[in-house]
Design a protein. Structure first.
Lengths: 197, 197
């Protein structure tokens, strides 16, 4: 059994995920969000792309069988298992500025954006290079008529997970989300493990 | 009256748009798409961000009154007028790779991505820095239940337009789209003009 890692509440981490390895992102308590970023480990200018992925998938509801593409149209990750089926790939990670915007009465927090920027710095990723993340378990329904989007608590329950297979050597950024609206107002950890190819 | 510029079919251009100036993008024949990018003219690492914009707007249907934000949460452009009300901010510009994917029997084309990369090169923008574009007039309805998206012909008619006010000094990239599905299978020019502050 591969080692289980915990990302404490309102924090983030970064790590290598080699081609063929499998990343399992687990919501240990339910209703928590994990923002995921991926960079080509050998050329960080190649990065996960919501626009390419949604274009190829022809849906905004990505789940088992879908592939996550880079800005160069290469497959970075394939979703192999998904016990939730509801994730977001429209919104950028919450940040100091988004906290100020959405939660003017709360103490500001650097958010997933700040946590990802800090975790990815040793890999040479600067804050301006952080794109739209694949937000595991984030529940953002869209009204097909009006286009309005809402950020609701995740539908994930304790122990739910999503598993990705790496199609190239990657640097992964991953968080336990810091925004109250994303997770029903409570802050919880995220678990992950890396399984050998 | 400011000068009218024509972007020939399946091509693109780039130009400066200074703070306070107004950019009017016109669909002269109807049912054509124009991909729009914006960079801070003084620091091209600050770039238009679909993720930030959709987060702040809380809708994917952007129109008059909405603002387009950068990756640093600054307002770049405000939509002042819009005679169409249906645009896309989910998908990346069509490219050689997307042509190969969606139109395997057609001669490949460098698409809006290639046209934008060429037009923006003199401003120091490299292809990897091209994000999700604001796709004027592009009609991408989403099924709220299934999440499925479709690329339909625009609802714009001849002479329809969208007008933006620049909130900072910008470099703009703009195309007349090259993808058959985006415009009902025909290729047409796009017109634009820049009005003084």
């Amino acid at each position: 059994m591969s080692e289980m890692h915990e990302i404490p509440e309102r924090s983030g981490t970064a790590f290598r995920l080699n081609k063929g390895e499998r990343l399992v992102v687990i919501d240990p308590r339910g209703e928590q969000v994990a923002d995921l970023l991926a960079f080509n480990a050998h050329d960080i200018d190649e990065v996960i792309s919501s626009g390419r992925t949604l274009d190829y998938a022809e849906t905004i509801q990505l789940t088992t069988g879908h592939k996550l593409y880079s800005n160069r149209s290469s497959v970075m990750l394939a979703i192999e298992e998904d016990t939730v089926g509801r994730h977001d790939f429209l919104l950028t990670p919450c940040s100091y500025d988004t906290f100020h915007h959405f939660y003017p009465t709360l103490p500001p927090h650097r958010g997933c954006f700040g946590n990802l920027a800090a975790a990815l710095e040793p890999y040479g990723v600067t804050p301006d290079r952080i794109p739209v993340a694949f937000n595991c378990f984030m529940n953002v329904p869209i009204d097909g008529e009006t286009g309005k989007l809402r950020v609701l608590p995740p539908i994930s329950r304790a122990g739910d997970f999503i598993a990705f297979r790496a199609a190239m050597d990657l640097v992964i950024g991953l968080t336990a989300c810091s925004a109250p609206d994303s997770n029903g107002g409570t802050f919880k950890p995220i678990h992950y493990r890396v399984e050998a190819a």
